[in-house]
Design a protein around this ligand. Structure first.
Ligand code: 2Q2
Length: 366
């Protein structure tokens, strides 16, 4: 055996650059040295494998996407975010890593929006709470406008739906990737609320959305806007004595533990978006943009299936938890809210140049 020379090549493994040691051995080496040499080779191979393993573990994705939302992990929104994560991580071969933060862990909805604008968060589930940025989104808060899911889909896919989507990109710098259908909002309380007069003086928590406030003031309630994550404790402590949300969120946040009545007011039906920060989206290379957009569409389909299955089971669950379902007089609530709602839309049209009163008329004719 002549001059032997082993080396392992410079290995470039993610962040770790490793240059191999070379061993030079003289001629005329006997069996012992030969064995030693084999041993060295084995050790070198083992070391290389170990380093490769370590580097794979510390190798970070090119992009990390943080999604913040307000439901628990059993809710369809969370499952949808998990689906989005799966698709995006797989399709991008790990170039994008998605982290989902449920239960407002990344902050309440509007704070996540602020976080996206500040570059520390990337995605959120939101809609009418974007009213501060996007005046036209008030359309999604109009009570007794959307009748059912087929009607919702018609509106969403109409020119009006397209227009609102574009406004969200232009004015809130957020891009809708998916739209999730929502169950109708119901008022919960510790006394039955059947007609508007029953809500008189009721301290009702609302999301900080001006049109919701106008509608409930018209009914005679005392609206108290606050973040969703504070509602449970506020109900428990009596800071408020009612709140209104779709049954799935009443379930997700365990409001049934502190609210006895599910008043079937069914006052707002709408949808909610899975949104990504537009600046962040524009930073992504085109192929990753395509993956994100496609994943959004798949997530929408997946969530719709889960949602349709959840609507009845959420009601059954809440009944099982002892909530008393109370038939509210929807016509009476609609009549009480209508003048204030129309005036709100007209005022906004005047002050912000929106066309909401006209859009409302179009939507109810669809
Ligand atoms: O009560 C809540 O906070 C939610 O149901 C909100 O309606 C929802 O988060 C919207 O504010 C969406 O922007």
């Amino acid at each position: 055996m002549g001059k032997s020379y082993i080396s392992y090549e410079t290995a470039n493994m993610g962040n770790i650059k490793m240059t191999g040691t070379s061993f030079r051995l003289g001629a005329g080496i006997g069996q012992v040295l030969e064995e030693e040499l084999m041993d060295m080779r084995r050790r070198a191979a083992l070391l290389a494998a170990a380093l490769l393993f370590v580097s794979a573990a510390v190798m970070s994705a090119e992009y990390v996407v943080k999604i913040g939302h307000l439901t628990n992990t059993d809710h369809t929104w969370h499952k949808a975010c998990e689906k989005f994560r799966e698709i995006v991580e797989k399709e991008s071969n790990g170039r994008i890593e998605v982290r989902v933060y449920p239960n407002s862990e990344l902050g309440p909805e509007v704070e996540v929006v602020d976080g996206i604008h500040g570059g520390i968060a990337h995605m959120v589930i939101s809609a009418d709470s974007l009213a501060n940025w996007v005046p036209s989104i008030a359309l999604l808060s109009v009570p007794y406008m959307i009748r059912d899911i087929p009607h919702m889909e018609k509106v969403l896919n109409s020119e009006i739906g397209e227009f609102i989507s574009k406004e969200i990109i232009a004015q809130a710098s957020l891009r809708p990737l998916a739209a999730f259908a929502r169950a109708p909002r119901n008022l919960t309380s510790n006394k039955p609320v059947t007609v508007p007069a029953d809500a008189s003086g009721l301290k009702v928590r609302l999301p900080a959305v001006p049109l919701h406030v106008a509608a409930w003031e018209a009914v005679g309630a005392k609206p108290t806007p606050m973040a969703f994550s504070e509602v449970f404790t506020s109900l428990q402590q009596g800071v408020i004595n009612g709140q209104e949300n779709p049954p799935d969120l009443i379930r997700s946040a365990s409001f049934f533990e502190v609210q006895k009545y599910m008043n079937l007011t069914e006052h707002v039906r709408t949808w909610i978006y899975l949104l990504i920060g537009e600046d962040f989206f524009q930073e992504l290379p085109e192929d990753l943009q395509g993956i994100v957009l496609k994943a959004g569409k798949e997530t929408e389909k997946y969530e719709r299936g889960l949602h349709l299955a959840a609507v009845q089971s959420d009601l059954d669950f809440l009944r099982g938890k002892g909530m008393i379902f109370n038939e509210s007089d929807k016509k009476a609530f609609a009549d009480a809210m209508y003048p204030a709602v129309i005036k709100f839309l007209q005022d906004l049209d005047k002050s912000k140049g929106t066309r909401l009163a006209e859009m409302y008329e179009q939507v109810i004719k669809m």
